[in-house]
Design a protein around this ligand. Structure first.
Ligand code: DQA
Length: 145
């Protein structure tokens, strides 16, 4: 079972970026934790990680997942609230997808309350810091196994 984990803009800055909101773990540490959790869940899970600050690169990556991956976990970061292009890319590939956020976007500024991506996903997890990714993986695994 192959799962693609996509992280959007500025998430490469985790660790130093607004730690009071996003925590102190780096993206690499979050990915390592998720890798360990995946192995505990089922050794058949294979994760691939991708991070980009560019909307086009994220669209390209989602398109290239078609036929290659069984599921996608995506933290689209700021593109959550702006990107019809990423939403359309998810619709195009017919791969079960879960949206993830470190912070609870619904308890923050109004402009973070809308997600273009969530309607294209089987579910959304927000507000549990790095554990959001583990919850998303568990939900996705249950949905596709
Ligand atoms: C985020 C929430 C977004 O609103 C923000 O733009 C991010 C990170 C999160 O994981 O909490 O970059 O996706």
């Amino acid at each position: 079972m192959k799962i693609l984990v996509i992280n959007g803009p500025n998430l490469n800055m985790l660790g130093t970026r607004e730690p009071e909101i996003y925590g102190t773990l780096t993206l690499e540490q979050i990915e390592d934790e998720l890798e360990k959790y995946a192995k505990e869940l089922d050794r058949a899970i294979e994760l691939e990680f991708f991070q980009s600050n560019s909307q086009g690169a994220i669209v390209d990556k989602i398109q290239s997942a078609h036929g290659e991956f069984d599921g996608i976990i995506i933290n689209p970061a700021a593109y959550t609230h702006t990107s019809l292009a990423i939403a359309d890319a998810i619709s195009s590939v017919n791969i079960k997808t879960v949206e993830v956020h470190l912070s609870n976007i619904y308890s923050r500024e109004d402009f973070r309350h809308n997600s273009y991506i969530a309607p294209k996903c089987i579910g959304q997890v927000a507000g549990f810091s790095a554990d959001s990714y583990k919850m998303a993986l568990y939900g996705l695994y249950c949905a596709i196994k």
